[in-house]
Design a binder for this molecule. Sequence first.
Ligand code: G3P
Length: 217
Amino acid sequence: MKFFVDTAEIDEIAELNDLGMVDGVTTNPSLIMKSGRDIIEVTKEICDLVSGPVSAEVVATQANEMIAEGRKLAEIAENIAVKLPLTWNGLKACKVLSSEGKMVNVTLCFSVNQALLAAKAGATFISPFIGRLDDLNIDGMELIADIRQVYDNYGYETQILAASIRTVNHVTQSALIGADVITAPPKVIKSLVNHPLTDQGLAQFMSDWAKTGQNIL
Ligand code: G3P
């Protein structure tokens, strides 16, 4: 399963990238706003750092403008995936941009039917939002499982990019279901390492080692 980092913060991307944990990056208008950076400049910096797909989202709502924005974003670097919302206009833009050979990430997906439409429009990635469904007391993981089944039933090649990941459990469940990619904030990716028994075991080893009076170096 590939790990994308859901942020536009260069330092956080660089830190995880140095560890080989970054297969790609996703951004959205809210993350660009949080970064306080110019979208073109910060996206270029991310693309220089990371060789995998970097999603940059359009903000137009009409198909022709979405296509124009998508083409401009795709000029930033070869690894740009144009991110489009799951609306009819977004699907029209998806069809055009994917036919031009551009990677497209269709975002704000909350149903299997929406995911079917995105696959038929040629999306490279579909982004179902787990956490925002959980917020409404709807099981976000069930959506990932259902999309996996439907895509496998018909051999769609669109990659399932599990998004709006808030917990380490979302990561585990996505991997068990067979999502192709997860995108998560850096803090969630970093917390995947945590286990109290690891901390407890290490403390015991250190305490016993001190009693030996030995040094390795
Ligand atoms: O990039 C989209 C996505 O992952 C949003 O997450 O936590 O704002 O629902 P969140």
